[in-house]
Design a protein around this ligand. Structure first.
Ligand code: G6P
Length: 366
């Protein structure tokens, strides 16, 4: 079927807006309407594994990095994550108690496919999380899990990212369950929060006009720094990637705690600093990093929830308020402002949002 922009100016805008619906579809597929059963193939057995090795490129790599925090924190499972182009030539030893998990929107990325082939015959199992079920990566996996995002046209990945996160979080919950790492109450709690995601994502999308106002300021910048801690660190990396891909503004992300080890030298009044900081257990630390930025005249764009904004917005350049959410699910919700910020900045600069220069939707050659 032909895919059109459905009234939006760009495919990227349409795909951002579609997220509540497609995530709802992925949730219906894997979680159903009630209960805590996660519909996954029986071959997925986390009890026989010592380790998970996750490999991907680009945005899918940041989805893997997020999932590392989930698997380690909620399922107690060690995870190694790498970009495919490094992994495939490093000759990493893979034990037969490792599952190798490949994440790819297209399922055709050359480096990711080569990394998968490297793991065949070494890992206990080859898993993949893909958007295209007929793709090479899906076909060559033992188990391929669809993300059900629908066709994604914008070169900068948006809805595929949040659908990848949704499926990876469900996998981490299944691992926690199988490995006896989570009480039934906590599992019921998290699955019900997941079912509420479409509503929460719609509330996040309501901040569109506020994001657009911030973007006007960002469009002037030469460099933008993104900061986050814990689960917000991979999201900061994804936010910086989105901005550089489509607005051509130099952006880099750091784990907030690394600020002192280098990037703080770059801070002055010309460098906007985007801080992702929901009011979670690391919030106070993020706030003190923010203050270090502001003490050097850095312009902070704080993205937090109402409780966080109340405590920390005072000296920020701008604050965006996200709906309150269990911290475990925050990366899925905070992806929305990361995407909207990049989108509106690119529109303000007049770049080709859906077809940015030098980039391809799918990198099928090395
Ligand atoms: C390209 C695209 C990115 C994508 C990456 C990995 O760089 O422009 O949006 O994240 O490839 O693609 P994959 O299809 O493997 O997820």
């Amino acid at each position: 079927a032909r895919v059109d922009k459905a009234g939006h100016k760009h495919f990227m805008a349409k795909e951002i807006a579609e997220q509540p619906r497609v995530i709802g579809e992925a949730l219906r597929h894997y979680l159903g309407a009630e209960g805590t059963d996660i519909a996954l193939p029986d071959e997925i057995d986390f009890t026989k594994l010592d380790r998970l090795t996750m490999v991907a490129c680009g945005t899918a790599f940041y989805a893997c990095l997020t999932a590392k925090y989930w698997f380690e924190q909620i399922a107690g499972m060690p995870v190694e994550v790498d970009v495919a182009s490094e992994f495939r030539y490093r000759e990493p030893p893979i034990s037969d108690r490792t599952a190798a998990l490949f994440v790819s929107q297209s399922g055709e990325t050359a480096d990711t496919l080569a990394a998968l082939r490297y793991c065949q015959g070494k890992a206990d199992q080859i898993l993949s999380v893909v958007n295209v079920p007929e793709s090479s990566i899906a076909r060559e996996s033992d188990v391929a899990l669809p993300i059900l995002a629908g066709v994604e046209i914008g070169v900068a990945s948006t809805k595929a990212f949040t659908c990848q996160l949704t499926v990876l979080l469900l996998l981490a919950l299944e691992a926690a369950k199988q490995r006896g790492r989570m009480t039934p109450e906590r599992l019921a709690d998290l699955t019900s929060h997941m079912r509420a995601l479409p509503t929460v994502l719609n509330a996040a999308l309501d901040e569109d006009a506020a994001m657009q106002a911030c973007a006007t300021g960002l469009a002037e910048a030469q460099d933008v720094l993104f900061l986050g801690r814990g689960l917000m660190y991979p999201l900061a990396l994804e936010g910086a990637l989105k901005l550089k891909e489509i607005s051509y503004i130099h952006a880099e992300a750091y784990a907030s705690g690394e600020l002192k080890h280098g990037p703080i030298a770059l801070i002055d009044r010309n460098v906007p600093v985007v801080v992702f900081a929901p009011r979670d257990s690391l919030f106070e630390k993020s706030v003190s990093n923010m203050q270090e930025v502001m003490a050097r005249e850095g312009k902070v764009l704080l993205i937090s929830d109402a409780a966080g904004a109340k405590d920390a917005a005072a000296d920020a350049w701008k604050t965006i308020t996200m709906p309150a959410i269990d911290p475990v699910l925050a990366p899925i919700v905070y992806a929305i402002p990361a995407q909207l910020l990049a989108y509106h900045t690119a529109v303000a600069k007049g770049t080709d949002v859906d077809q940015p220069r030098n980039l391809a939707k799918s990198v099928t050659v090395e």
